[in-house]
Structure formats: structure tokens, C-alpha cells
Design a protein around this ligand. Structure first.
Ligand code: PEP
Length: 251
């Protein structure tokens, strides 16, 4: 698998200008961790200001439309995110799939548009608790990849996949390391079947209740190339503890 461990904070619908101080603190500390790639996805309203406030860390969006512009009230396109200073966008987060009825076809179209606009893409997949209990977790996740992985225009080179079990997001519950390892192995096999050998280089992040206390254990799982972090990315202190755990493993 290519690249440095990638630790990405997803601020979701949290943050006004005052929170840029957290981003500045994260950016200042990032120079102590040259073996970790660090990024934040603030709300769209803060992207431009954050881009201007930081030097080392990546800045990206949490979603972007599949079209460049048009009559889509409230939406933002990948071209606009890029123009605002984004390096990447998250696509297909389970909160978008659930609250905005996004299916795999929407997710694929959005991912393709983001790559065409020159953004890297973090594509999210993950099963619900009912799907895991029914023994369908791997089937659900590999079907999501089959339906939503972008083709061409920088794929897979600018693609990362985030495995985020829906039942672990914001709940404090995490899968066992064996379950994470098994799922990342299944995702890797699927990526190779979609992209050929280039699929072996795609970074696969784990997301879902990653915190200082569990980060080292989760990041040490084979084929876990980083973490997508929600709640624990909202303060520099809690986020940097995770970045520090990734740095210790990278040494
Ligand atoms: C997320 O929503 O991407 C996420 C991982 O959230 P949390 O870390 O809060 O579970």
C-alpha cells in the first residue's frame, strides 16, 4: 500500500470561525509528524478561511455534487470546492447516504466529478448493524465498492476508501481488530478486482469512534492505511493524540 498513514478529521456540521484556532494548532503540530499525512474537512463555510490559515495540512470538503453548476439549491460542486482551496472531498459518507438518500450510483457520479475537478476522493463504505448481524457485512461493503468506485480521471491514484461501519460512527463502539482486518482484506481484494494491480496501492482508512485510546490498536491492523475521525477531530488535543499514535507506528 502506498503513501504515509493518512489521518483525516471530519468536522461534519460543526465549526464557526472560532474553531479555526483548532486547525491552526493542528497545523503547527503537524511539522512534528512528517511521517503522517494530516487533513481536515471542515464545513464548506470554513474551507477558504482554513486554507488561508494553515500551511501543512490538507483541507477538503465533506460532500460535492456530481454536476459543475446549476439549479441545485444548497449544493456545492467539486469545482467550487477546488476553487475554495480544497485538496479533496469526502464522498458517500453514511450520513449522506442516510439523510440525503444517496445511493451507489449518486456516489459514483459524485466521485467521478470530484476527480475530474482535480480533487482527491475519500469514498466511504460501511454496513449497518443489522447487516453485520445478518452476516452480510462483507457482501454489503463489496457491493457498495462495485457500485460506487469511480473509473478514469485519476482513479484509483487519487482515491482512498474509508471503511466506516455505520453502527460504530459516533457511538463509542468499534469492531474487533479481527473484524477490521477481515473487512480491509475483503476491500483490498475488491479494489484489485476493480482496478487491477493499481488497486493494491489504494489507501484504506478505518473510521468509526477512533479515539486516542484505540487509535494505535486500530492503525496497527494490516492494511489500515489511516483513519477518518469525526468527534475526536473537533479539538486539536484529541485529534493530535491520534496523529501521534499514527506517527509512532510509522517510526
Ligand atoms: C465519521 O463520521 O466519519 C466518524 C468516523 O465519526 P466518529 O469518529 O465520531 O465516529
Amino acid at each position: 500500500m502506498a503513501g504515509l498513514p493518512y489521518i483525516v478529521g471530519n468536522w461534519k456540521m460543526n465549526g464557526t470561525r472560532a474553531m479555526l484556532n483548532e486547525a491552526r494548532a493542528i497545523d503547527r503540530a503537524a511539522q512534528r509528524f512528517p511521517k503522517v499525512q494530516v487533513a481536515l474537512a471542515p464545513p464548506t463555510t470554513l474551507i477558504h478561511r482554513m486554507r488561508e490559515a494553515v500551511e501543512l495540512i490538507g483541507v477538503g470538503g465533506q460532500d460535492s455534487h456530481s454536476l459543475e453548476n446549476g439549479a441545485y439549491t444548497g449544493d456545492v460542486s467539486a469545482v467550487m470546492l477546488k476553487d475554495a482551496g480544497s485538496d479533496f472531498t469526502i464522498i458517500g459518507h453514511s450520513e449522506r447516504r442516510e439523510y440525503h438518500a444517496e445511493n451507489d450510483a449518486h456516489v459514483k457520479a459524485k466521485a467521478q466529478a470530484a476527480l475530474s475537478a482535480g480533487l482527491a476522493v475519500i469514498l466511504c463504505v460501511g454496513e449497518t448493524e443489522a447487516q453485520r448481524d445478518a452476516g452480510d457485512a462483507e457482501g454489503v461493503v463489496t457491493a457498495q465498492l462495485e457500485g460506487s468506485c469511480p473509473i478514469g480521471d485519476g482513479a484509483p491514484e487519487k482515491l482512498s476508501v474509508a471503511y466506516e461501519p455505520v453502527w460504530a460512527i459516533g457511538t463509542g463502539r468499534v469492531p474487533s481488530v479481527d473484524d477490521v482486518a477481515a473487512m480491509h482484506k475483503a476491500i483490498r481484494a475488491k479494489l484489485i478486482s476493480i482496478y487491477g494491480e493499481a488497486g493494491a496501492e489504494v489507501r484504506i482508512l478505518y473510521g468509526g469512534s477512533v479515539k486516542a485510546e484505540n487509535a494505535a490498536e486500530l492503525l496497527a491492523v494490516p492494511d489500515v492505511g489511516g483513519a477518518l475521525v469525526g468527534g475526536a477531530s473537533l479539538t486539536a488535543e484529541s485529534f493530535l493524540a491520534i496523529v501521534g499514535a499514527a506517527a509512532s507506528l510509522a517510526d
